[in-house]
Write a protein that binds this ligand. Structure first.
Ligand code: AMP
Ligand code: ZN
Length: 493
């Protein structure tokens, strides 16, 4: 398909043709979760957005190295370097080790994303696994003169950096505005200027997550890990950096400053930001309590929705919006997605049953349709438009089925291939009736086992008429029965 992928780059504020640094290869870094609590549905939306992007790049034939970190240290309660470490706080409240907190919520995160059928990243590095590299990076920034040490902490000197290299490129914030708008220091902080940010923080005696460093015992600042891990695994400059819109400032702005301070070049060619999921019109967030957990959604056990919604219905709901649009989750919207998802999956099944001939009169411009599907995805991953095109094809399939017509064999094959590729590979949906069927299979197997036990019993009692009747009935139903010296076995066809 001779088309060009265009992506919206938050750095330029424009759609740009995507050209990777190395032909056919893509390096993509996405900020992962801070593992101090269960991921809520809002977090999941961001990771599903980047799953769509990863899947489409893979579909286009790129070899993608997808790095997504786990933040297991350094993220304080307040993004302005204040408050307790989120993980240490949870550990204190529950009287468990910080690493127990990390383990519990990392497992939850991976399980949850697997339920949403997201592909795992190629590398999933942790902040605590890269303390040495973080210390080395701080030393380099100090050597460049863009950081200062004070009372065992090291801060990035934003004003000094801005004298040589402009700060604020991504968020569009001007340094003068930052100086005016950043909250004045409260006397507790060691920072020279309020807009400076921590590279290393001195650990107070009560702080349990601590590591030795040239500046005394402490812990790394939150922004540092992403610079260290992205450049370690993807190089000083790489193709795509992603994350939620709310990470643009200060997190990503600080990442750019850290990398540019030592490498004097832009670390990332394309910055991609996914928009927020809202509930009742407000951002879904852990801190405000305005959130819902995926498990509460799947079980229906929540005070917000009157029924349960399955992982694939929720995924489909998310993909029906463009990743850069805000989406409000509501019962009405989910019910509509549930219907739509069912229609899509039924369409896939109907296509299989269509009779095909070489001389069918029905026509469908499958090449033109495919080209529209690619055009949608090539236009900054426009999944809602792709879904609209998929429904066009389903409508066509249903018409053929309802009118008892046949479809041209070549069209059927091509349509089947493309529909599968778009629905299952690119959108990452999967049929949930397959899961339902396996439950049915389990029930059927138990029933057949019982019938074979009754048959064995009948044989023991020399009631061969009943034994034969059971066998014949099963065989008539397509269930193979094999008598072995150990007893009868069966196979469902
Ligand atoms: P955190 O664990 O808080 O660092 O967040 C993990 C990811 O979830 C980040 O990329 C956030 O931008 C993203 N995120 C947080 N809240 C929402 C939301 N309401 N909608 C979409 N993404 C979110
Ligand atoms: Zn990050």
């Amino acid at each position: 398909m001779d088309q060009t992928l265009v992506v919206y780059n938050s750095l330029s504020g424009k759609k740009e043709v995507f050209t990777p640094l190395l032909p056919k290869h893509v390096g993509m870094y996405v900020c992962g979760p801070t593992v101090y609590s269960n991921v809520h549905l809002g977090n999941c939306r961001t990771f599903m957005s980047f799953d769509l992007i990863n899947r489409y790049l893979l579909h286009l034939g790129y070899k993608v190295r997808y790095v997504r970190n786990i933040t297991d240290a350094g993220h304080l309660e307040n993004d302005a370097d204040e408050g307790e470490d989120r993980i240490a706080k949870k550990a204190r409240l529950e009287s468990i080790e910080p690493m127990e907190v990390v383990q519990r919520y990392t497992v939850d995160f991976r399980n949850t994303l697997a339920q949403f059928n997201t592909l795992p990243p190629s590398i999933e590095p942790t902040a605590t696994g890269h303390i040495i590299e973080q210390i080395e990076l701080i030393k380099k920034i100090l050597d460049e003169g863009y950081a200062y040490e004070i009372n065992g902490s090291v801060y990035f000197d934003v004003l000094k950096f801005n004298e040589d290299i402009p700060y604020g490129k991504l968020s569009g914030r001007k340094i003068e505005d930052l100086i005016h708008n950043t909250r004045a220091l409260d006397g507790q902080s060691d920072k020279k200027n309020p807009q400076d940010f921590a590279l290393w923080k001195r650990a107070e005696p009560v702080h349990i997550m601590r590591w030795p460093s040239p500046w005394g015992e402490g812990f790394p600042g939150w922004h540092l890990e992403c610079t260290v891990m992205s450049t370690k695994y993807l190089g000083e400059s790489f193709d795509i950096h992603g994350g939620g819109m709310d990470l643009k400032f200060p997190h990503h702005e600080c990442e750019i400053a850290q990398a540019e301070a030592i490498n004097k070049k832009s670390p990332v060619n394309y910055w991609l930001h996914a928009n927020m999921l809202t509930l009742n019109g407000k951002k879904m967030a852990k801190s405000t309590g305005n959130n819902i957990l995926p498990e509460e959604m799947f079980s229906g056990n929540n005070p917000i929705f009157s029924k349960a919604f399955s992982p694939m219905v929720v995924r489909f709901f998310m993909l029906q919006a463009h990743y850069r649009s805000i989406v409000d989750i509501s019962e009405e919207a989910l019910l509509a997605s549930e219907k739509g998802f069912k229609r899509l999956m039924e369409g896939v099944e109907t296509l299989k049953t269509l009779s095909s001939t070489t001389d069918s009169e029905t026509s469908f411009d499958v090449e033109g349709w495919k080209s529209k599907c690619y055009a949608a995805m090539n236009d900054d991953f426009n999944s809602p438009l792709l879904i609209a095109h998929l429904f066009d094809a389903i409508k066509h399939i249903n018409t053929i089925a309802n009118e008892g017509q046949s479809i041209q064999e070549a069209i059927k094959i091509e349509l089947e291939e493309s529909i599968h590729a778009f629905i299952f590979d690119v959108l990452g949906l999967k049929s949930e009736t397959a899961q339902g069927a396996s439950k049915e299979t389990i029930k059927l197997e138990s029933t057949v086992t019982l019938l074979l036990e009754l048959r064995a019993h009948a044989k023991e009692n020399r009631d061969f008429a009943t034994a034969d009747r059971i066998r014949q009935t099963l065989v008539d139903l397509g269930i193979q029965v094999n008598d072995t010296p150990e007893g009868a076995t069966f196979k469902l066809n």
